[in-house]
Design a protein around this ligand. Structure first.
Ligand SMILES: [Zn+2]
Length: 360
């Protein structure tokens, strides 16, 4: 792998803005690069890129690598190089999430070509709008991909981590309806929606529920003036668990707390509760994990399986029946102004991706 080429490529990529929903310029850049490297490229109507490097030998299984093209909101990126690290300069995010992945992917494809390696089909899926709800992945037609093994390059930390389990999540919208009244002259004629909401929150188990389960109310609003008993208040929240039964139980407790609180003050509550995404847990001896383990050991590294608290495109693919693992890409502190990436870890990531292709 070519370290200088990796640095140059990464810097080029982080200088192309690609905030969720505005990936067009970056996606055009990547499309050109992939074509130059000999891949056939198509873009679907959502903006996802699906590219194939046809195999040049028989007897190898196709593998798919996925990364997302979008970043969280940021102004033009400023960076500096500090030894082995490329860092954001403290005013914006760097965008190594997920441009460390797209950089390493291109380098791997480059090296397959340069070294004339014999390989099976390599499929590349670059999604849009991952950061705002896995939108690209949810809308991608998986029928296009032949691979049964999906490696999603989208996790922080040193090379060797793999997310084999991620949570299911439900999201909630509670709307409390009370009755308005003058708060000074006749408060007894009113029913406070805010009081119902507050009581509901205080009766909900929230925060860290157990090692696999979390819950949060993240947004509340309501009321119109200090001298009016509030006739309306609403809040939004979520619950997650890697165990679907525990998620169901937590969900019921939250719904029950809201209903009981509304009844106890004479208010009414309407609740929307929907599945935000599906979770997954792979078996430790699944083929995809064995391939990864072998590939890691041939670059002198070892596998560390991680159970995550958040979702990625892999949640979507696993739910649709394609075994998917999320791999760490050598960056740290994503979504913050302290975000940084290790150059040698990007080199290792591209070496790892190549070994995965060879081991498949
Ligand atoms: Zn990401």
């Amino acid at each position: 792998m070519n370290r200088e080429r990796i640095i140059e490529e990464f810097v080029k990529q982080i200088n192309i803005p690609s905030v969720s929903g505005n990936e067009e310029e970056f996606s055009q850049y990547l499309e050109t690069r992939l074509k130059d490297l000999g891949l056939s490229v198509e873009k679907d109507s959502f903006g996802n890129i699906f590219a194939i490097l046809p195999g040049n030998t028989t007897g190898k299984k196709p593998v798919l690598f996925c990364a997302h093209m979008d970043t969280v909101p940021t102004d033009p990126v400023k960076y500096y190089i500090d030894g082995d690290k490329i860092k954001a300069n403290g005013s914006q995010i760097l965008g190594a999430d997920d441009k460390a992945a797209t950089t390493a992917l291109l380098e791997m494809l480059h090296s397959l070509k340069e070294e004339g390696v014999s390989h099976g089909d390599v499929e590349v899926l670059l999604t849009v709008q991952e950061e705002i709800g896995l939108i690209g992945a949810k809308n991608f037609d998986l029928g296009k991909a032949r691979s049964q093994f999906f490696f999603v390059l989208d996790y922080s930390g040193p090379i060797g981590l793999a997310v084999y389990s991620a949570p299911f999540a439900n999201e909630f919208h509670f709307r409390f309806f009370g009755k308005a009244a003058h708060a000074g002259s006749e408060p007894e004629k009113g029913i406070s929606a805010i009081q119902a909401l507050a009581m509901a929150i205080s009766n909900m188990p929230l925060g860290r529920i157990d090692s696999e389960t979390t819950a949060n109310i993240g947004i509340i609003s309501g009321g119109r003036a200090t001298n009016i008993v509030a006739d309306f208040a609403e809040m939004k929240g979520e619950a997650r668990s890697r165990n679907p039964q525990k998620l169901e139980k937590q969900t019921q407790l939250m719904l029950q707390a809201a209903e009981e609180a509304a009844i106890s003050v004479g208010a009414r509550v309407e609740i929307d509760c929907r599945r935000e995404y599906e979770g997954y847990t792979l078996k430790e001896d699944d083929d995809i994990i064995l391939i990864l383990k072998e590939a890691l050991s041939s670059i002198g590294s070892s596998l560390k399986l991680v159970a995550a608290g958040g979702a990625s495109d892999a949640n979507v693919f696993n739910f649709k029946g394609r075994k998917s693992l999320v791999l760490s890409c050598g960056y740290e502190y994503p979504h913050t102004r302290e975000e940084e990436v290790s150059i040698s870890q990007m080199v290792d990531l591209s070496r790892l991706l190549k070994e995965i292709v060879l081991k498949a």
